[in-house]
Design a protein around this ligand. Structure first.
Ligand code: HEM
Ligand SMILES: CC(C)=CCC/C(C)=C/CC/C(C)=C/COP(=O)(O)OP(=O)(O)O
Length: 304
């Protein structure tokens, strides 16, 4: 395993609560929490609202903890990228030790609370998600291979499985398909972004696909992953796991996703500022998951 990158000099100022909040990557967390909540609400049976709330809180805290540990480890890399240089550690607003203690404390608290107040299965899955993001993705794969997000991205696919396991104590076919869906969604989501922020990753020495394989190969990969993504998104409908509300929404959204991915694949623009299809696909990828998971919950409530 690689040693932690060099530590930026801190100004020694006391960190504010806002800096601790920034460590948790709150904007990314909104979609993590939403997909977890949808997994919980789509599960069969009735969930005690107090247990449901505790489960979602633990997932949010666990995801926040892994974001903090990611930033603790990557302080040196974040300092080299425009997009991340303003984060609390590279900007010198927080000591690295504080981020480590905050991340470890929050991770332990979230897993223990999940085990005590929800169930052991969801506590085990939460532990795997945190370790996957921090150790497998951040420490192991990200600095080594351009396939980092394909395997490492599985960390972000656990939330619906977590929500379902919290509600039922079981893992079944539908949440496994939802896991696969986010797993296949992550490469187009991230590679679209990495195309228009490529110089940042090159500067930080991270082997992201556009840096290693070039724009053309990355654009092709975006389209390649979008095809099984679309199939996986629609699959719950013909399998009889959802009704037409979800099925038709998934088909329409996925068709639009494929169209945007095809525009990315055929784009020849090399200037990052002018990469419109890539920006469109990245923005749409986020809307796609929000609407798809929203439709799933409505569908399961209507057809329950
Ligand atoms: C390894 C997998 C992933 C990578 C490498 C990745 C990377 C990124 C990056 C670099 C950004 C740019 C914004 C920022 O600096 O925070 C971003 C934005 C975002 N990501 Fe991902 N992402 C991944 C997986 C996910 C997953 C699984 C989710 C949720 C289910 C997600 C949700 C979001 C959201 C909501 C934003 C927009 C945040 C904003 O408004 O700035 N991402 N992602
Ligand atoms: C416990 C649990 C449910 C965990 C979920 C983990 C999670 C939030 C996964 C999403 C993956 C993510 C934000 C990657 C960011 O990539 P990066 O870290 O390479 O981005 P950066 O360059 O912005 O640091």
């Amino acid at each position: 395993m690689a040693s932690a990158p060099s530590i930026p000099v801190t100004a020694g100022l006391p960190a504010e609560w806002r800096d601790f909040l920034a460590l948790t990557k709150p904007r990314v967390m909104t979609l993590v929490v939403f997909t977890a909540l949808c997994g919980l609400l789509a599960a069969p049976g009735h969930v005690n609202p107090v247990i449901g709330f505790t489960a979602i809180l633990c997932i949010a805290l666990g995801a926040g903890a892994s974001g903090a540990l990611n930033q603790w480890y990557e302080a040196g890399i974040d300092a080299k990228m425009k997009r991340t240089a303003g984060r609390p550690l590279p900007a010198g607003r927080m000591e690295r030790e504080s981020a480590l203690h905050f991340g470890v404390g929050l991770a332990a608290f979230s897993v223990i609370a999940m085990g005590l107040f929800v169930n052991l299965l969801s506590a085990a899955i939460l532990t795997v998600s945190i370790l996957f993001y921090v150790i497998v993705y951040t420490m192991w794969l990200k600095p080594r291979t351009p396939q980092n997000i394909v395997i490492g991205g599985a960390a972000g696919a656990f939330p619906p499985l977590l929500g379902w396991a919290a509600a039922t104590g079981r893992v079944e076919l539908l949440p496994v398909l939802l896991f696969a869906l986010i797993f296949l969604w992550t490469p187009p989501h991230f590679w679209a972004l990495s195309l228009f922020v490529r110089t940042d990753y090159a500067a930080a020495g991270i082997p992201m696909l556009p840096v290693v394989a070039g724009n053309k190969a990355t654009r092709t990969q975006v389209l390649i992953y979008s095809v099984p993504l679309a199939l996986c998104a629609v699959a719950p409908w013909p399998l009889g796991l959802t009704g037409a509300i979800y099925g038709v929404t998934a088909a329409l959204l996925s068709a639009w996703f494929l169209l945007l991915a095809a525009r990315v694949a055929t784009n020849r623009e090399q200037i990052q500022e002018l990469m419109k299809p890539e920006r469109q696909l990245f923005r749409f990828s986020i809307l796609y998951l929000f609407v798809l998971f929203g439709a799933l919950v409505i569908d399961r409530m209507v057809f329950a």
